[in-house]
Design a protein around this ligand. Structure first.
Ligand SMILES: [Mg+2]
Length: 171
């Protein structure tokens, strides 16, 4: 199994409309925890909200697919983000990724799945025929040592991005 993200960014907000245009992407599927929201905070950070608005203004619709099993939390996130939050999704299952693609009314190859977890987010996106973008988790600095180690190990099967090496950071 090889994971080949189209881009890797250390910060979600480094992703710009021109990156998406370069790879023919017209819409986005975001992971929730540690991609859009810091886990357990139930808060959308202002700079992330502003970035989402920029992407929306640039004409990129988006939807969220989460593995979080807390349905009340997912509802709250939906209210916070003002877009559907599908879940619990059991990624790397592609079922809800496919639902999200249908909601976007786009073909899979014009959709990018954006997330912090290679084995769930990237793998589900790749299997569904989407482009994939790996971002560093929002709260990486606060993670406990063992989680940090597991994340590092999880990234080992990730190859260099297909379209740019400029944004490559330590894996
Ligand atoms: Mg995540």
């Amino acid at each position: 199994m090889f994971l080949k993200p189209d881009y890797i960014f250390s910060d979600l907000t480094q992703l710009k409309p021109e990156h998406l245009e370069n790879i023919g992407v017209k819409g986005l599927i975001f992971d929730l925890d540690n991609t859009l929201l810091p886990p357990h905070t139930h808060q959308l950070q202002a700079y992330v909200a502003q970035w989402l608005q920029t992407m929306q203004d640039a004409g990129f619709p988006y939807i969220v697919v989460s593995n979080n099993k807390d349905v009340a939390y997912l509802k709250q996130a939906e209210h916070l983000l003002n877009v559907p939050v599908l879940g619990p999704a059991r990624k790397p299952s592609t079922r809800m990724i496919k639902q999200a693609i249908a909601w976007l009314k786009l073909s899979p190859e014009t959709v990018a799945v954006v997330g912090d977890r290679p084995l769930t987010d990237l793998w589900s996106g790749q299997r569904a025929g989407c482009k994939t973008i790996l971002v560093d988790p929002l709260m990486r600095a606060n993670e406990r040592g063992i989680i940090h180690l597991l994340r590092t190990l999880e990234r080992l099967p990730v190859s260099v991005p297909k379209h740019t090496k400029a944004h490559l950071h330590s894996l």
